[in-house]
Design a protein around this ligand. Sequence first.
Ligand SMILES: [Zn+2]
Length: 469
Amino acid sequence: MRFLRYYLVWLLLGGLLASSLLAADQSLWKAGTARAVITPTEPLWMAGYASRTNPADGKVMELWIKVLALEDSRGHRAIVLTGDLLGFPQSIYQHICAALKEKFALAPDQILLSATHTHCGPVLRGALLDIYPLDQNQVALIDKYSTELETKIVATVGKALADLAPARVAAGQGAAGFAVNRRNNPEPDVPKLINQGALKGPVDHTVPVLAVYLPDGKLKAVLFGYACHNTVMDFYKWSGDYAGFAQLALEKSHPDATAMFFMGCGADQNPQPRRKLELAERFGNMLAAAVEEALLSTPHTLAPELRTTIEMVTLHLGPPPTESDLERLATDKILFVRRWALRLLADLKAGKPSISTYPLPLQAWQFGGQQLLITLGGEPVVDWSLKFKEEFGPQTWVAGYCNDVMNYIPTLRVLKADVPPGDQGHGGYEGAQATIVYGMPAFHWAEDVEELVNAGARRAVAAVQAQAK
Ligand SMILES: [Zn+2]
């Protein structure tokens, strides 16, 4: 009889334990990770600088794609993919979205492709047409590599989804100070200005950190960002640059974890000083230390609730160049301006239709009913992250270089300060010349760019907040 009573008590306790474990399980996220090397094995042209004269001739580290898949307690899923690439061009983004929809039923609001903007990665199909001197052989190699990359991305997302298992997700923040506003501080003067504490212009030195832990407390993944061009190096070796070194450092100190970097709004920010490999490693270590500091400061646990939304914001291009503009610029002193003008002249003469608008992908994700992540396509200047944090609150992270990198995204302040080549006055890259670098049929975005992006962000944030109610 006594035995039976004990037995019943044990049964009851066992039942309670099992149900509390189940409840604990239901209160967790699921997370999965996967990765693949994407270092080109053939001598491909390198992305980002117009001045390169030959393809890559070696590597200092592998280039990677890494995927973090997340699933909340309702079964809502999303994937973050980071890649050591300059940016995903529109056609590659569209191919990947179509494949992920077909294979895994993921919609574009659930897909975040983030490029680290290393300028020591390969040129991709359909990107920055006019700035590289590519022959037919290079074009074919780039095309083949891009197709293989698309296949690899879809397969790696599949592996991350297959790896989904209970996890805890937390948010933290650190800081690192090596980003310098490149519009306000001429590069040769920067060492002197640093010594004098006289650097000028807006910066965002925060390091957002999303930490994913296994139920036993081990770090499974860490996604971290920084708003600064990933351009310490301009040489001929494949490299993830400072962001690559930061990931290597974190994966050394957390051997079971996948470390992933996303670019913030760093379009007008450069790492300074630069052009020495030891500086790329040094900045990588500074960033890794900021992430470690955030991890040690007990990141805030996020409830397993994920809301995702996407807006395709229709941006307007400024007035197209006239035939006489193009004829004038066809003899410009800058080679890629000549190539751009000649290509547009040929299109004009052939009666080829031109675009006057462009769909900018803008996402708002909300983790645990509180942590907001806003993503922008293109290369957004730092104003965007400062503005959005002010408007949407301190628990806002802003990522740039996401999904489709088609041009810089200036605010009106930057747009109005810059003038196209050939005009009176001094140029200015982010607001004007970059539009030509990206091969767009205009000198810059129209002046409603800031208004349209703001309105898109407000719609996206309102949409995730409404879902959360
Ligand atoms: Zn850039």
